[in-house]
Design a protein around this ligand. Sequence first.
Ligand code: 3PG
Length: 414
Amino acid sequence: MGGQMTTLTRMQDIDLSGRQVLVRVDYNVPKENGRIRDDTRIRESLPTIQYLLGQGCGIVLMSHFGRPAEYEGNRSDLSLRPVASRLEAIMKDEKLLEPSKHVIFLNNEASYGAANYHMLTPRLARVPYVVMLENTRFNEGEESNDPEFARLLGAYGDVYVNDAFASAHNKHASTLGVPQYFAKERKPVAAGLLMEREVTALQPLLKPKDRSVAVFGGSKAKDKLGVIKTLAGKYDEILVGGGLASTFLKAAGYDIGLSGYEEEFLDVARRLSVTMPVDARIGRGKAREAVYVYDVRFRNGSVDEGLSIFDIGNETVSLYAGIIAGADTVLWNGPMGVFERDEFSLGTQAVGKAVAQANARGAYAAAGGGDTIAALNKYGLSDRMSYISTGGGAMLKFLERDGNLPAIRVLYND
Ligand code: 3PG
């Protein structure tokens, strides 16, 4: 996809003055006890919003939030209303919105559609304005990419801008159906500034140079095996840690005690050539309350029954840190252990520092994924990376598919 980069349609290439722009953002921000824990994704969308306001545009923002189809709690927990309030507060702080103005929130699912758009228009009358639609996943047509729902959403804009890189792996109405519909109608479709930045910044990872290392951790093998398979042929070394490593260790025949692994992926894991931990820190109990018990070396030891792996061990730390620090291209996604607990944080901290060291030496060192970002923040390493992606699953799929994600492809002008 390297050469195709130049063909991404940028919103700066379109005459937007005075138009109503429908912008897909990713405001799927982490919430804890009803409060937004981290508003990075909202802040990352500001450059696009600011640019559009500068063009005199009306802006209609749409995003998903959480997974309503799987959520067992009260559906209103997944409303985007608090996110609209936070956006309004941030925009006022940044002087992007006059104190008397509001981010107008459309709180009713039935509000999707042309009729409501027309009801809304006289209220807005003068551009610029900022509207936010309710959680797109409250409508079943979002995830099934229902063309009718895409058409209804499409009625909110004359131009479609996608700034939601973190959702680019989803073939949903708001990410794929709307731009496809716009393309058919010959209405403009473009990438926002964040989308453009992400696609550009991840290019060096698609064609890694010289000594290249990809480091994968986190809990699920299911989410990582696809990208590991693609990168196995491109990267010199793939290091695994975290819960993901347990599936590889099990596949290699080691006793891993109570550590979780994914039975259905053992065969795939056995066929992939990765570097596995040579030792681990073992504990008793459930992840976040686990108590440290002992260290084990896999070649001559095993994890006793009733105990689990919670971090990579000291020998693995030295091995991985040495490989990473000497690389020219480094990709890191997923912690090495339960880094929230001090006794199981060494692996993640050491890997983070080694990635920062590689960056300081001039390597292209990029990281992504929610937990990885949390770890980088915790250890004060965030400004020591070449790039940090806002995408977790999207970054992995982007790399797995060599940049060819339908929701991004539709923004190309070839
Ligand atoms: C994310 O947080 O990775 C994106 O918002 C995508 O969310 P999803 O995994 O629910 O599709």
